[in-house]
Design a protein around this ligand. Structure first.
Ligand SMILES: [Zn+2]
Length: 610
């Protein structure tokens, strides 16, 4: 108890709580050159005079004079006393405060840590000598991959020999005991064989923390044996979920505010060698929130560059989730032909790689890119599938202007009309937005939900079928053209090709000859054949026909209602209208919506009656 606030323990807790990380949780910290600035949380100011010194782990406000270390910041910010602040920081760093832990214990733990760093460093140098002082398969492999000796040295790469006790004997000779070597994760033991080396016949990648200590190793096979990569087990100094490979270099070489996140050790090394020294990798697992926050601390934006295969795509999505969670900006870089960064740079050079960094995609663009790969075909079914899924993506865009730009882009690419895609997007947006003043304004303005039967593009394959059926009626029986076009027009069709055919039929209805149609639209031959092979229910021609016509009309009315509803939504959220103006505008639109709903009801009852 008496030793609760030993200096060692306090230092350990301070070490584990990087000051910029802690302060960033309370206020917005901006990196300016090599220092960090913020608006002081302790006095009122408009220009930042609150400076954080990362190297010394202290802060100082030149406006009000406040200053201190991470503990005094918490004391002031949380209004806690010293002990409570230390406890809060210990909890934040997952350091268990054992009230009865003696000073001796704490000292021993710190001593153990520095011993393990020392053993790891010795092991690293030993592996390095193995690699560089004599011919061996690892060196052959690395030089075949084009890794230079300068790179070998800066990353401290090494080779664990094809032996069961090589490293163990060496470290023993250097004076370390088996128990400590095992606690570093470098040897293992079992009953029948006793102690043996953990890494055998592998290329060794020492893993440094940001202070430059060797915390553990990654080992890669040279042949095809499994597992391909083996990491040190968790030890007192090695926790793979809070360390990033290459960060010790990358943090000093941030380029354009960016860090490039790649899949593996070799990617980091290849990029480093090509002068992209801002590359890091997680250790064979997806990012943790801790790693996400760590990255955020050193850069403004993460560029994710993973393999384009299925596994790489999945890993990218998982990492995006984590980076969003910790509120970190990111973009996604996709290399052509599933190339990894190493291959790519060898083939196309570093300038081309930089161009791909500059072209990397936002989350929305990336999701659309993936969806396009899912629906590569040009059939109507594929395009409807694409439009449907992309609409679901676009709905998350908050800016209406940006959303409209995407709607236009997708309409052009799929040939599905803008109206239909907009309807689909609005339908999805609507289910997520709430009218702010709905309750306050009373029931007059509530959406008359029960009148609206949803027929969005997504669920309405029936709608596309209706379009096809109507065209088929008109092509196979020219007498029907007039009847149908008295009720619907080309613009009521949602697919561009359908509009094109119907427009032609409309202007030529008096001199149509059935077989011409394919010749007139050679580029639509496949579509027309599909239309003609669609089954028509001949049971009750008139009734069926009307059903399709009603379907199209209803679709159009629903579309108009959605537009009016969005208008209402905008009015409710508008800041430059008076209360009365809002009331009267909402009423006007409400009446229009009622009329449209009445038309839909009329359409429905005409169906039942006829
Ligand atoms: Zn201040």
């Amino acid at each position: 108890m008496g030793n609760f606030l030993s200096e060692e323990l306090i230092n350990e807790i301070k070490d584990a709580n990087e000051i910029i990380d802690v302060i960033s949780q309370y206020i917005q910290v901006k990196k300016v050159g090599s220092s960090y600035k913020a608006l002081c949380p302790f006095h009122n100011e408009k220009t930042p005079s609150f400076i954080i010194n990362q190297e010394k782990q202290i802060y100082k406000c030149f406006g009000c004079g406040e200053g201190g270390d991470v503990i005094s910041f918490i004391m002031k910010m949380e209004n806690l006393d010293f002990i409570e602040s230390v406890k809060l920081l210990a909890g934040r760093a997952n350091i268990e405060i054992n009230r009865t832990e003696s000073l001796e214990n704490i000292k021993r733990r710190l001593k153990e840590k520095s011993l393990y760093y020392e053993i790891n460093r010795k092991a690293g140098l030993y592996f390095y000598d193995n690699l560089t002082k004599q011919p061996n398969p690892a060196l052959k492999y690395l030089s075949e991959r084009g890794i230079t000796s300068k790179t070998l040295t800066s990353f401290g790469l090494g080779y664990s020999m094809d032996s069961w006790d090589n490293l163990m004997l060496y470290l023993q000779k250097e004076g370390y005991n088996l128990d400590d070597i095992q606690k570093c994760g470098l040897i293992r033991s079992n009953k029948s064989d006793g102690y043996y080396d953990y890494f055998r016949n592998r290329i060794m990648f020492p893993i440094f923390n940001t202070k430059g200590d060797v915390t553990g190793f990654g080992g890669r096979v040279i042949d095809d044996s499994m597992p391909k990569y083996l990491n040190s087990p968790e030890t007192l100094v090695f926790n793979k979920s809070n360390i990033l490979y290459g960060l010790n270099f990358a943090r000093k070489n941030i380029r354009n505010g960016q860090i490039i996140l790649v899949e593996g050790y070799m990617d980091v090394i290849a990029l480093h060698q090509a002068d992209f020294k801002n590359a890091v990798a997680s250790l064979g697992t997806s990012l943790t929130e801790y790693q996400g926050r760590l990255l955020k601390k050193y850069c403004d934006e993460i560029i994710i560059c993973f393999d384009g295969d299925e596994a790489g795509t999945k890993a990218t999505m998982r990492n995006l989730d984590i980076l969003s969670k910790v509120d970190c900006r990111f973009r996604i870089m996709v290399l052509p032909d599933d190339r990894d960064p190493d291959d790519f740079i060898k083939l196309y050079g570093r300038d081309e790689f930089q161009e791909h960094i500059d072209k990397s995609m936002s989350l929305i663009d990336y999701k659309i890119f993936l969806t396009k790969n899912k629906y590569p075909g040009n059939t109507i079914e594929d395009r409807v599938g694409l439009a449907k899924e992309v609409s679901n993506i676009i709905k998350d865009i908050k800016s209406p202007v940006e959303r409209e730009a995407y709607i236009e882009k997708i309409a052009n690419e799929t040939g599905i009309s803008k109206e239909s895609i907009r309807l689909e997007v609005l339908d999805k947006v609507k289910s997520t937005f709430v009218y702010k003043n709905n309750l306050k304004r009373g029931s007059d303005y509530k959406r008359s939900n029960n009148y609206i039967e949803m027929v969005p593009l997504a669920e309405q394959k029936g709608h596309i079928i209706a379009e096809k059926q109507l065209i088929k009626f008109m092509i196979t029986d020219n007498k029907l053209i007039k009847h149908i076009l008295n009720n619907v027009s080309a613009e009521d069709f949602s697919v561009t090709e359908h509009q094109e055919i119907v427009a032609y039929l409309a202007s030529n209805m008096d001199n149509m000859k059935d077989k011409e149609i394919e010749n007139l639209f050679p580029h639509l031959e496949e579509n027309i054949n599909k239309i003609l092979s669609t089954d028509i229910e001949y049971i009750d021609l008139n009734n069926t026909l009307d059903k399709y016509i009603v379907n199209l009309k209803k679709y159009k009315l629903l579309y108009n209602i959605r537009i009016l509803e969005e208008e209402q939504h905008n009015i409710v959220n508008s800041s430059n209208l008076t209360e009365e103006e809002v009331e009267s505008k909402l009423l006007d639109i409400g009446i229009k919506i009622m009329k449209k709903n009445a038309q839909i009801q009329k359409l429905k009852s005409s169906m039942k009656g006829g």
